[in-house]
Design a protein. Structure first.
Length: 159
């Protein structure tokens, strides 16, 4: 997880097998390619416990593979420790944001703040839509939105 003095990022969605797992993998590759991987701890989690221990959706894995990205991620549910460990907690939609704010109220002295990944999207697409019930192009759209957001994130946070 996060080390002292590092920037740490947690991506959160409902099940941690689609959007947040794609965001984690794309972001990890982006910071590695940008030679800033030593400065960032990166992870993803779910609001729910439905998929704990499962690999990302096969369409997410295929999308990532098409962009030269591999992942060994296993879905996990957000923990109380995550509320303290990460500098940035980026979620995919307003429902995730509400759930996380509600969960943070159960953590004593919680200072965690959550925001939408889309708040960094220069295209102003605030919500990262869940591709689970869509097709391959919906997974590609999540991948592209993540890339747009990360470029803006670098400018606003890391640089």
């Amino acid at each position: 997880m996060a080390e002292h003095g590092s920037k740490s990022v947690l991506f959160v969605c409902l099940g941690n097998i689609c959007q947040s797992s794609i965001a984690e993998a794309v972001f990890r590759k982006s910071v590695t390619d940008g030679n800033i991987s030593d400065n960032s701890a990166i992870d993803s989690s779910a609001v729910s416990d439905w998929n704990v221990g499962r690999s990302p959706d096969p369409r997410a894995v295929s999308c990532l593979r098409n962009h030269g990205i591999s992942t060994a991620h296993k879905a996990r549910q957000i923990t109380k420790e995550d509320f303290a460990l990460f500098d940035y907690r980026l979620c995919m939609d307003e429902s995730n944001l509400r759930d996380l704010n509600r969960k943070s109220n159960q953590v004593k002295n919680c200072r965690a703040k959550f925001e939408l990944l889309g708040s960094y999207d220069p295209q102003k697409q605030l919500i990262t839509e869940d591709p689970c019930y869509g097709n391959d192009s919906d997974f590609e759209l999540v991948d592209q939105q993540c890339l747009w957001c990360f470029k803006s994130y670098y400018v606003n946070i890391l640089k």
